[in-house]
Design a protein around this ligand. Structure first.
Ligand SMILES: Cc1cc2nc3c(=O)[nH]c(=O)nc-3n(C[C@H](O)[C@H](O)[C@H](O)COP(=O)(O)O)c2cc1C
Length: 312
């Protein structure tokens, strides 16, 4: 089968992606950080590190710890603020022609709306991902995605703040709740076009010799292959309950086969995060591997894999 016969394009809540591989927020920098290894325009989309309407320092070091099958982080949403980003790194990233998903966060619905409104004014931002699920902030109110009520409220306020732009709105949800399907339903009812599942899983590590935490604070966020079965389960649960809602399945995707697994669980696209720390070329390699998988298995359109789960 010739290369051109595999159609890798997917449609994600009004956003057309040339392939289903999306760089996950916080693991691809805020601009050209990985451009020496990956042309951002070769990916389905690049999700930038979560940005706020104000500069934010994040947490103290140590902020990363490798663990069996993954890593823990307590970065804590460090970012330069949207205004500084729009003048520094954004123009160069936009110049590459990459499809940019702007991830934003706030400590209240109003701060989310302010951040979303600011990025919605940038012409090359096609989609906004609301990070409702960062586990690394002091205030537990940062975990909007543990409450259907708060999730719905944030999305309604953000929708009202960006009425004029044809922009895809994604809600990034947390695996650390038994209410995931209810929260996902509330997000869609409030106006989310698509969902990103999952953010990191709550974890903790202790240095046995010193008796200290391995990261500056706990809990930290666990990511990488260790969480893949959790992510696959979350994607499957939500895709089963909300079959018409596109999902970026994120968590432990490291190669073409794990991308296919995530799509079979119900994902329309896959987010790649920690894999880029272990191999900065991981995202483009996964595009190539996915294409090779499709050729080997005579799949002509990658979108056919979404939800293709044989439970007999
Ligand atoms: C160092 C690090 C920083 C992250 N920062 C963010 C962030 O700013 N916003 C966000 O929504 N997710 C953030 N994440 C979560 C990832 O986007 C992703 O949801 C998670 O790591 C699971 O995917 P993975 O196993 O492929 O890494 C971060 C993850 C890591 C490892």
């Amino acid at each position: 089968m010739p290369t051109s016969s595999v159609d890798l394009s997917v449609e994600l809540g009004g956003l057309n992606l040339k392939n289903p591989v999306v760089a996950a927020s916080g693991t691809f920098g805020t601009g050209m950080d990985l451009a020496a290894y990956v042309n951002p325009a070769d990916l389905g989309a690049v999700t930038v590190k979560s940005l706020s309407a104000f500069p934010w320092e994040g947490n103290a070091p140590p902020r990363l710890k490798t663990t069996p099958g993954g890593m823990l982080n307590t970065v804590g949403l460090q970012n330069p603020g949207i205004d500084a980003w729009s003048r520094s790194e954004y123009p160069e990233l936009a110049e590459t022609g990459a499809t940019i998903i702007a991830s934003v966060w706030g400590r209240s619905p109003g701060e989310f709306a302010e951040a979303a409104s600011l990025v919605s004014r940038m012409t090359d931002i096609r989609a906004i991902e609301l990070n409702l699920s960062c586990p690394n902030l002091e205030s537990s109110s940062s975990m909007f995605a543990h409450s259907s009520l708060l999730t719905g409220e944030v999305i309604r306020v953000v929708r009202a703040a960006i009425p004029d732009r044809d922009i895809t709105l994604l809600a990034k949800l947390s695996p650390n709740t038994t209410e995931l399907v209810s929260v996902a339903t509330a997000a869609v009812e409030a106006g989310a076009d698509a969902l990103t599942l999952i953010n990191t899983v709550l974890g903790m590590s202790i240095d046995p010799s010193s008796g200290r935490l391995s990261t500056s604070r706990a809990p930290a966020g666990l990511s990488g292959p260790a969480i893949r079965p959790i992510a696959v389960r979350c994607v499957h649960e939500v895709a089963t309950a909300l079959p018409d809602v596109p999902v970026i399945g994120t968590g432990g995707v490291t190669d073409g086969e794990s991308a296919v697994e995530m799509m079979r669980a119900g994902a329309t696209a896959v987010g790649v995060g920690t894999a880029s720390f272990f191999d900065p070329r991981a995202t483009t390699k996964i595009v190539t591997q996915l294409q090779a998988f499709c050729r080997r298995h005579r799949v002509t359109r990658v979108s056919e894999l979404t939800g293709a789960l044989d439970t007999t």
